[in-house]
Design a protein around this ligand. Structure first.
Ligand SMILES: [Zn+2]
Length: 553
């Protein structure tokens, strides 16, 4: 397998210089070739595979030598800071080198720099002349990054520097996460601290630790660490959108205890399986009204138990992650021999009805029913209470935000995330979210009440707090007006039905007026992560205009 046209490329310092577009073309070609081999059912030899990966690695190496040397990256000061940050390993929970870097960075410039007991860093910059009477503004981003890479790339996130390259309007990394989430936020802050001649009041630049694996930096921050009046969080991923609210969340677990027993004689065992649902994130995607495998399978068992007295439940398994909508699941039930055909017929009717209900969101549902080996069953009373509770429990959207400004965003929701039957226990995991804390309490209480009525033991986790929209927010108004002035269009003001560090800040600093925005990122938390370069300049200009216009204290 030869690399096409490689010999025609210019050779400088023994390195082929080729454009990113060219590399991608070569790439596509080889991947297509590799894909075809598989698709056509040919045996793909190890040697072919090695060749493929070798070429891919060569392509990456070629790209390494063709990067970040140009003027496309503006504002230059922000991208310079970002390039330096990307030299420093900073996986979540292992940010020691980044903390050290920030500390030295601030101190070496004579700026008031502090590190708190959990590792958050704050660097203060005084107002520029004439702006001393302005309110203090906090700029905040998280210093850690998600570490993910392609399988065939050798990379040690604890030692190696992220290698970036430009592809059209996007900045990407060579086979790893880029760390623009939220390294670009950190870079913007450092650029502000580093720039002379800007116009702004007192500034506090805050860099939190470990946002990605539990928000523990923001969680552990003491209430006297930041002293500002306004906070701009730079961890949002869509330029042109200004976030003003986020959800709080909590998990609720229910546990039923039971004894297994022999099924009555003359019973027939059936396994029902459902797969192919779309699923998704239980916060971000809950507004899409997709099917939940647990609710659907539970509903079929409920219907069967009501219709055929004596139906026994042996197994029910569905769902994994607390924050995902379950995409598949299966159960085993036992029914008297003479009823098995009725149950199969019911299953087919039920499948058709459910497919019709979800004919827009879930068009690839796969239903399967087969006979199963006989086994022990859950005692009748507990099985019934469990299935009745699944039928009764609220799921999906519970309430929509009352603020018109948030345009019909989901305010409160619940997702039954997993169900597993064992030898003596049934465990159910669900997660509740709301952008209003009292409604989060209410949603959790609703779930708890249903399962307790059914005889389960229920516990709720501590979770994380919501950031409620402030209709009177001066900072939001300023962010909208300055955006309009700069770009001659309105930004979208919105909330997010998932957690942000702002939720924790709003609990600890109730007076703080906050917004969140940032440059456009795509495919974050994957090796495809990319930063839309032109939006960095837009966010920079917007931020400077906001800072210039921050009100007096
Ligand atoms: Zn982030």
């Amino acid at each position: 397998m030869a690399i096409p046209a490689m010999s025609n490329m210019p050779l400088i310092n023994n390195v082929f210089i080729i454009s990113a577009a060219k590399v991608n073309k070569i790439f596509e070609k080889q991947e297509g070739f590799f894909g075809n081999l598989k698709e056509n059912g040919y045996l793909c030899t190890r040697k072919k595979k090695q060749q493929f990966y070798y070429i891919r690695t060569v392509c990456y190496k070629l790209q390494f030598n063709n990067i970040m040397s140009n003027n496309e990256l503006k504002p230059q000061t922000v991208f310079e800071q970002f390039a330096k940050i990307n030299q420093i390993p900073r996986p979540s929970k292992h940010e020691e080198q980044m903390i050290e870097y920030l500390k030295n960075w601030g101190e070496s410039r004579g700026l008031d720099t502090r590190v708190d007991s959990v590792g958050n860093v704050i660097i203060r910059k005084p107002a520029t002349p004439g702006y001393e009477d302005r309110a203090t503004t906090i700029l905040q981003s998280h210093m850690d990054m998600v570490c993910d890479k392609l399988v065939d790339i050798e990379f040690d996130f604890n030692h190696d520097a992220i290698q970036t390259y430009i592809d059209g309007e996007w900045l990407k990394a060579k086979g790893t996460t880029l760390g623009a989430d939220d390294g670009i936020g950190c870079a913007i802050e450092l650029a502000i601290l580093d720039s002379q001649g800007l116009e702004h009041g007192p500034i506090e630049c805050v860099f939190t630790r470990d946002e990605e694996t539990g928000l523990t930096g923001a969680e552990g921050m003491k209430d006297d660490f930041m002293t500002g009046d306004y906070l701009i969080n730079l961890d949002s991923e869509d330029e042109g959108e200004i976030f003003v609210s986020c959800a709080g969340g909590r998990n609720t677990q229910a546990k039923f205890e039971f004894k297994r027993e022999e099924a009555p004689a003359g019973f027939f065992f059936l396994r029902g399986q459902l797969k192919g649902l779309v699923g998704g994130h239980s916060g971000d995607d809950i507004n899409k009204r997709r099917a939940n495998a647990i609710k659907i399978l539970g509903r079929f068992i409920f219907q069967t138990m009501r219709r055929y007295d004596g139906t026994r439940l042996a197994q029910f398994h569905s769902g994994k992650l607390h924050n995902a909508i379950p995409r598949d699941g299966e159960f085993i039930i036992a029914v008297p021999n003479d009823l098995k055909e009725n149950v199969r017929a019911d299953w087919n009717v039920f499948a058709a009805e459910v497919e019709d209900e979800f004919h827009v969101t879930d068009t690839q549902m796969q239903w399967h029913m087969e006979s199963a080996e006989a086994e022990t069953v859950i005692d009748t009373q507990v099985a019934r209470q469990f299935i009745w509770a699944l039928q009764a429990v609220d799921n999906g959207i519970y309430a929509i935000c009352q603020d018109e400004a948030l345009g019909g965003m989901v305010e409160t929701s619940s997702n039954i995330a997993s169900v597993h039957t064992g030898d003596s226990e049934i465990n159910i995991l669900s997660s509740q979210r709301s952008n209003v804390m009292s409604n989060l309490d209410n949603m959790c209480a609703t779930i708890q009440a249903v399962f307790e009525l059914a005889g389960a033991k229920v516990v709720s986790s501590d979770g994380y707090p919501a950031w409620k929209m402030r209709p009177d927010s001066k900072l939001t108004r300023l962010a909208v007006e300055t955006y309009r002035e700069l770009f001659k269009k309105d930004p979208i003001v919105r909330g997010i039905h998932a957690g942000l560090e702002c939720g924790l800040f709003s609990e600890r600093y109730p007076q703080l007026d906050m917004v969140s925005f940032g440059p456009t990122l795509r495919f974050v938390h994957t090796p495809d992560e990319r930063l839309h370069i032109p939006t960095v300049q837009m966010v920079w200009d917007h931020l400077l205009l906001i800072l210039k216009n921050i009100p007096k204290k």
